[in-house]
Design a protein around this ligand. Structure first.
Ligand code: PQ2
Ligand code: NAD
Length: 224
């Protein structure tokens, strides 16, 4: 394996995207979605990026890249159509010890971005280490029908149960039992089939030892 997989929390971090074409726009949109502060440096930006700039969801520095543009960044994307400019951006990032994705030549960069399937907080990512982005995309497209919105709901429900158990003063052994029982359930299938009452019954049963599911129930009514 050439790359180390990681899911970054970029909330509030400055990320600089150099370039404003289709590729830069795709990276910037996902960065905005992740709560990063995004600075785009490019003389021309495509429509969706111009719209994000107009809504002040990204900052657009409307000119070609200049050394110094990467100051304060946590991550950098070298995403222009000019290989020499991308190399220059990668060089400055290296000097500043900032990780850089060189979108045209992954070997010059520190990381590559995967193809992504997202349902709520469920994130399935596929990478070929830069070998074949179109294969990564195809694999995600093949997985998409198997992981519908019910997976997002299941993750949200599991997260709420987890938070409730961990904030209530219930013993670890009890929590382990509940987590194991929940993991053994096919929660997404129950949600997909509309069996919300059944889920609430299961949560109530699991909570018999003292942790009432309360507001974490799957049904519309609070079961507690
Ligand atoms: C997965 C995805 C994620 C994303 O971008 O968010 C992604 N590329 C996507 C699409 C896509 N890429 C390309 C096309 C044109 C059609 C085609 O060739 O199929 C399309 C289709 C399109 O644009 O619609 C061609 C291409 N891509 C790279 C090069 C340069 C090179 O060859 O080295 C060239 C040749 C350029 C040329 O010469 O024309 C480089 C990279 N592309 C990567 C990721 C990284 C490695 C991922 C991995 O490890 O697999 C890496 C290394 C760097 C990076 O970008 O981080 C995203 C799917 C989004 C989705 O799911 O919708
Ligand atoms: N990673 C990927 O997914 C992927 C996919 C396709 C292509 N590519 C590669 O990425 C490159 C960019 O693709 P694109 O479709 O976004 O290109 P594009 O031609 O649509 O956009 C290029 C952008 O770079 C900007 N630019 C040019 N010189 C600049 C400079 N000196 N400083 C700042 N910005 C500058 C332009 O203003 C424009 O916004 C391609 O040339 C190709 O090598 C990567």
């Amino acid at each position: 394996m050439r790359h180390y997989p990681i899911n970054l929390n970029l909330k509030g971090r400055l990320v600089v995207v150099v370039g404003g074409g289709r590729v830069a726009a795709r990276k910037a949109a996902r960065l905005v979605g992740a709560g990063a502060r995004v600075l785009v440096v490019a003389p021309v930006v495509e429509e969706s990026l111009a719209a994000l700039a107009a809504q002040e969801r990204v900052l657009h520095r409307c000119r070609t890249y200049q050394p110094g543009d990467l100051a304060g960044a946590t991550l950098v994307f070298a995403a222009t159509s000019e290989p020499a400019v991308n190399r220059e951006v990668a060089r400055e990032a290296g000097e500043l010890n900032i990780l850089v994705d060189c979108v045209d030549l992954s070997e010059d960069g520190d990381f590559v971005t995967p193809a992504v399937l997202e349902q709520g907080d469920l994130l399935i990512t596929v990478s070929t280490g830069g070998a074949s982005p179109s294969l990564s995309k195809r694999i995600v497209d093949q997985l998409r029908p198997q992981f519908g919105p019910e997976y997002g709901e299941a993750v949200a429900l599991l997260s709420a149960v987890r938070e409730k158990l961990l904030t209530e003063k219930v013993g670890n052994a009890y929590n382990d039992t509940v987590f194991a029982a929940l993991a053994a359930l096919d929660l997404p299938a129950l949600i997909k089939n509309g069996q919300r009452d059944a889920i609430d019954q299961i949560l109530l049963k699991l909570s018999a030892a003292g942790a009432a599911p309360g507001s974490v129930g799957a049904g519309k009514e609070d079961p507690s």
